[in-house]
Ligand binder design. Structure first.
Ligand SMILES: C[S@@+](CC[C@H](N)C(=O)[O-])C[C@H]1O[C@@H](n2cnc3c(N)ncnc32)[C@H](O)[C@@H]1O
Length: 335
């Protein structure tokens, strides 16, 4: 088997060079969080550059992630089309492809997946409440205008509270795509052991799985329907300096929904600090992780080793749905 040397390993390679070495129709689920193609977070992601990136706002240039460069979306599309074509080849018929993205470039990513032959079945949404607002005021520029102080003051008052159009970003979209099934869903499940979703998986307060999830406790109604266990302080690992670590519970939720076979292989072509692999291993599934940066490969391997040695670090927190004073009925009326 060509895949044997990759199974349950984290491989340091450029994904576009490694994917062609994986067998056709052999992978059950691809779950990944690729570079979003904003600023330095692209397919040439450099560990040092990203680690030293200054997240602070500057006046001269826009904050990280907010420079508008039309070319980035186009580059993302053509690169992700090649990646998606390879993923299409290696997935089993009916296999799933979950791909995280940013609200700004989701359309480019989803189009690349679609054009590679996948059926885009849904868009999932990771909802959160905490994020740094990136909008900029224009007082600094008004100050520099060649006009008298009184007029400057008038403009400032007129534009009070108005900022560049970047409000607080509070969700991440995730494309959910499927390789077309081999005849019916039933046939596909019996023959390839993939292709349907496990509706025994629950979210929130024992609710039917939804395409919206959060790991922040928000309010009673949202927690009841969409809450997944919060990341524990320890699950990331103190040594882990990756900038975009995903909550383990989200990866677990998506794997539980989609990976049916006992021998399922979950592949993450942009494994970063290993979250997808840790989730797959925790659930007794096989994994293959790929990352171009040696430092992240080492971090992933360390986390996987910790899962064997200290499984308690990765145990999910209990979901506690806050009981609010206001009744659910009253909340629905207000909404
Ligand atoms: C958004 S991060 C993934 C983070 C991960 N979900 C986690 O929880 O740690 C994307 C990863 O893709 C890697 N990467 C970027 N370009 C790559 C390429 N061409 N081939 C392989 N890996 C690449 C980066 O090194 C980075 O770690």
């Amino acid at each position: 088997m060509k895949n044997n040397k990759f199974i349950n390993k984290i491989i340091c390679a450029d994904t576009l060079e490694l994917l062609p070495k994986i067998e056709d129709n052999s992978i059950d689920v691809v779950l990944t969080d690729p570079p979003y193609f904003l600023d330095k977070f692209d397919n040439n992601w450099d560990y040092e550059e990203v680690s030293n990136q200054n997240n602070q706002y500057t006046i001269k240039s826009l904050p990280a992630g907010m420079k508008f460069d039309r070319e980035q979306g186009k580059k993302f599309y053509s690169w992700y089309l090649k990646i998606s074509e390879e993923i299409f080849r290696i997935l089993k018929p009916g296999g799933f492809f979950f791909s995280f993205s940013s609200p700004r470039l989701y359309h480019r990513m989803a189009s690349a997946i679609d054009d590679a032959g996948f059926e885009i079945r849904d868009a999932f949404m990771w909802l959160y409440t905490q994020n740094q607002a990136k909008a900029m005021g224009v007082d600094h520029f008004i100050k520099k205008m060649n006009i008298d102080e009184k007029t400057k003051q008038k403009i400032k008052e007129k534009l009070n509270g108005w900022k560049t159009p970047q409000i607080k970003s509070c969700f991440e979209p995730i494309a959910m795509a499927q390789k077309p099934t081999d005849q019916t869903y039933l046939n596909n499940m019996l023959k390839h052991e993939v292709g349907m979703f496990n509706t025994n998986v629950k979210i929130g307060d024992n609710m039917y799985p939804a395409n919206v999830f959060t790991v922040d406790s928000i309010n009673e109604l949202i927690d009841k329907t969409f809450l997944l266990p919060k990341p524990t302080k320890k699950e990331k690992g103190e040594y882990n300096d990756h900038k975009t670590v995903k909550p383990l519970a989200i990866c677990e939720y998506l794997i539980k929904l989609s990976a049916f076979s006992k021998n399922a292989i979950v592949l993450d072509p942009f494994i970063g600090s290993g979250t997808t692999a840790v989730a797959a291993k925790k659930l007794g599934k096989n994994y293959i992780g790929i990352d171009a940066n040696e430092k992240y490969v080492k971090i992933s391997e360390k986390r996987l080793k910790e899962l064997d040695e200290k499984p308690d670090l990765f145990r999910n927190t209990e979901i506690v749905v806050k009981q609010e004073k206001r009744s659910l009925q009253a909340q629905l009326q207000i909404a």
